[in-house]
Design a binder for this molecule. Sequence first.
Ligand code: FES
Length: 107
Amino acid sequence: MERTLLVCGTFRMNLTSPSCAAGGSERLMQSLRDELAARSLPWTVGRSVCLGHCTIGPNIKARGGPMLHHCRAEDAAAIVARLVAEWQVADEEPATVAACDWPAPGS
Ligand code: FES
């Protein structure tokens, strides 16, 4: 299975509602692409619709793997390193996806 990272690109016009795009998911996507290129990893980074975890974004769903929360552009190298070490690609998408324990920003 090809490895794909889906980054939520949803932006909400209501400033009182959190969204991944308002939290920097566009920059995150570019940083992930840059990090994957630097490592010569042929993974795909795509934009997804809302992943349903708006208050703990920006969020990334590794297809067939974990969902990551509180992801920032400056964390791209750590995110990719962690996925290289831990992401076991399943043949099929699991029926349910458990949130990972990705640390909160600044921790
Ligand atoms: S806005 Fe990104 S998970 Fe909802």
